[in-house]
Design a protein around this ligand. Sequence first.
Ligand SMILES: CC(C)(COP(=O)(O)OP(=O)(O)OC[C@H]1O[C@@H](n2cnc3c(N)ncnc32)[C@H](O)[C@@H]1OP(=O)(O)O)[C@@H](O)C(=O)NCCC(=O)NCCS
Length: 183
Amino acid sequence: MSADIRIVTERLIMSPGKSPDAYEFASFLRRNRSRLEPWRPDWPDGFDSEHECRQAIERDHKELIAGQSLRVLLRLKSDPEGPIVGTCALFAIRKRKSAEIGFQIDGSLEGQGLAREAAEAMIDHGREHLGIKKLIAICLENNQRSIVLIERLGFVFCRALNDFLTINDRKFDHHQFELKVAK
Ligand SMILES: CC(C)(COP(=O)(O)OP(=O)(O)OC[C@H]1O[C@@H](n2cnc3c(N)ncnc32)[C@H](O)[C@@H]1OP(=O)(O)O)[C@@H](O)C(=O)NCCC(=O)NCCS
């Protein structure tokens, strides 16, 4: 997959991270830590450092080239050189053309439809350019905001995944949703 991907929506510019984005990516994670941490298995020391973010961007680049994932950073069209305001990803892309989707938006911009705008653009890109036919979204059963968005995108509940993820030494149930990506 080419790394020169730039998806432009009504309000957003979405593209894979590059090394110089590490500083802003780390700032995004630090600003949003209290909102993001509850849904993650862990937040290791240094996870939100510029160094670790640069390494994450390099890992993402390798996965992109290998066709395994497409992870993009979001910036506002009105401030294209400004802060990173979210991320969106198609990952675990499989040969039979299914993939998982994930998203996160800056707390200051929640409730404006930006996560939905990004996710819809990624779904379109996945269908048009990657041949994705089925998308999977997995989220903690009590992540209500995420579930609302997933259902608004047209995903349907598929199954409960008991004890799917360990967060802070406690096992949590998740819900799996699926979307057949229309041609
Ligand atoms: C999950 C998450 C991405 C949802 O973000 P969000 O901003 O609520 O989602 P949307 O972009 O769909 O915005 C929906 C809201 O914007 C409003 N909205 C305003 N303008 C809108 C527009 N033009 N289009 C659509 N919705 C719009 C909707 O009415 C809705 O408001 P409400 O929440 O008061 O009902 C966000 O809460 C988040 O980053 N959470 C932490 C990370 C996370 O949990 N990720 C998912 C892990 S599975």
